[in-house]
Ligand binder design. Sequence first.
Ligand code: ZN
Length: 56
Amino acid sequence: MEAECPICGSPVELPDDVMAGELLECPSCGATLEVYEQDGTFLLREAEEIGEDWGE
Ligand SMILES: [Zn+2]
């Protein structure tokens, strides 16, 4: 199973046990991508920076 990188459009391999919320790195452009699920299909979006508003 693979999904398309939203940054560079390259196919990114998804693990067989992939879950929504998982973070992957695009092998082509190196972007950090977050897995999400839509209509039973796993898609990728650019991961948001984590930590800025964390706990404050
Ligand atoms: Zn990419």
